[in-house]
Design a protein around this ligand. Structure first.
Ligand code: SF4
Length: 232
């Protein structure tokens, strides 16, 4: 079998424009692999962007710090401002109480997105941003309609702030996301983020005779290389 080619030779990135000519974007980011391609696309499109890292859902704290540091590393590389927002994990646990056994993409995730978007929109209002969006939607594991509903709801109560529901997966976004993750050797998390998603991922793995998630050890370059070796 031939080697898989992950490169996008000849790929020309489309120039992005904000939906209504907005001038300042506050981009909620969940992690470096999801954010990387979007950050690069925004930078080359010369859209005034600040990254907002607000993810009190991520558990445990070492995992949170690792995901955040990976994102900071890439923001510094691009020279993009990065807001390190509070790790309000107690508030997050309070908010999802009673929804612990919801499946992924269910009600708990709506609550989780709502919380992250609300804080993003509030910060945007207080600091003169006129547009918010999130990197969450680029992941194929996520329900884009669910995310966009939460984003739009969060901006409803703030005049002058728009939620940008751009489909980041399109125009080569998904492929470029993988390519960039490999190039930058980003940390590759193996569960969505919260303690319940870690529990459910491990249950699923064990039921198929696989090892449980080992946090903090997998990086994209290694994964893609081993994948390439398997298909040679
Ligand atoms: S599975 Fe992901 S989106 Fe859903 S509640 Fe957990 S961290 Fe949030």
């Amino acid at each position: 079998m031939s080697k898989v080619d992950y490169s996008l030779a000849g790929y020309e990135r489309p120039k992005l424009q904000t939906p209504n000519g907005e001038k300042k974007l506050l981009m909620h980011s969940c992690c470096a692999p999801c954010a990387g391609e979007i950050m690069e696309a925004l930078a080359v499109s010369e859209i005034d962007t600040t990254i907002f890292f607000y993810n009190p859902n991520i558990h445990p704290q070492e995992e949170y710090e690792l995901r955040k540091e990976e994102n900071i590393r890439f923001a510094e590389k691009l020279g993009m401002p990065f807001i390190d927002a509070d790790y309000e994990k107690e508030l997050w646990f309070e908010r999802v109480k009673g929804q612990e056994d919801e499946p992924e993409r269910g009600l708990r995730c709506t609550t989780c997105f709502d919380m992250r978007f609300e804080v993003t929109a509030k910060y945007a209002k207080a600091h003169d941003f006129d547009l918010i969006s999130s990197t969450l939607g680029i992941s194929r594991w996520k329900d884009m309609n669910q995310i966009n509903g939460c984003g739009a709801r969060a901006t409803d109560s703030f005049n002058g702030i728009t939620y940008w529901d751009f489909n980041w997966r399109k125009q080569g976004g998904s492929s470029r996301m993988l390519e960039l993750s490999k190039q930058e050797e980003f940390y590759q998390q193996e569960y969505c983020g919260c303690v319940y998603s870690l529990r459910d991922t491990n249950r699923w793995r064990v039921s198929r005779g696989r090892e449980k998630v080992e946090r903090g050890v997998k990086f994209y370059a290694e994964v893609m290389d081993s994948l390439t070796k398997q298909v040679k």
